[in-house]
Design a protein. Structure first.
Length: 158
């Protein structure tokens, strides 16, 4: 028998070196065996670059290794393959909608699944390690809310 088809969640930021790789790593850790896989891309990524050392270190602190991540630009194929697209900021959401208007109904801010109003995840690029930790912690909370959303809709396999 073949492997079950997995749904994809695509996480998008600017350069695909900080926020979206951290989110991708955390989601893949939590979604393993649940019928989903995460991928990430950047609206201004060139492709082939590594995750920032600070992002790698911040994720390593919570037991997740993203050291093999390579950034990639947002493409039509990635958008079309995704069941859900999570944008880090409203500017990313608008840019994805501008480039791919047919995907508008599946694009959400990553911080739109909790009890508080949707807002951007601040970009830690070029800032201190504490800024990366803060972004990581924001993402963990927001993505936990996203997983609850999927579970409540019956979208997670056991």
């Amino acid at each position: 028998m073949g492997e079950a088809v997995q749904k994809k969640v695509l996480v998008v930021c600017t350069g695909n070196t900080c926020r979206s790789p951290m989110a991708e790593g955390w989601l893949n850790h939590k979604l393993a065996g649940k019928g989903w896989i995460a991928e990430s891309a950047g609206v201004a990524a060139w492709g082939g670059g590594c995750a920032s050392p600070e992002a790698v270190a911040a994720m390593r602190e919570i037991g997740i290794d993203i050291s093999n991540h390579r950034n990639q630009p947002l493409t039509a194929a990635l958008v079309d393959e995704a069941a859900i697209i999570l944008a880090m900021a409203d500017g990313h959401r608008r840019e994805i909608e501008r480039r791919f208007p047919h995907a508008a109904e599946k694009i959400f801010l990553v911080k739109s699944f909790g009890a508080t109003p949707a807002e951007d995840v601040a970009d830690p690029f070029g800032l201190s390690e504490d800024a990366y930790r803060h972004a990581r912690d924001e993402l963990v909370q927001a993505l936990g809310d996203f997983l609850l959303y999927l579970a409540e809709r019956g979208e997670l396999s056991c």
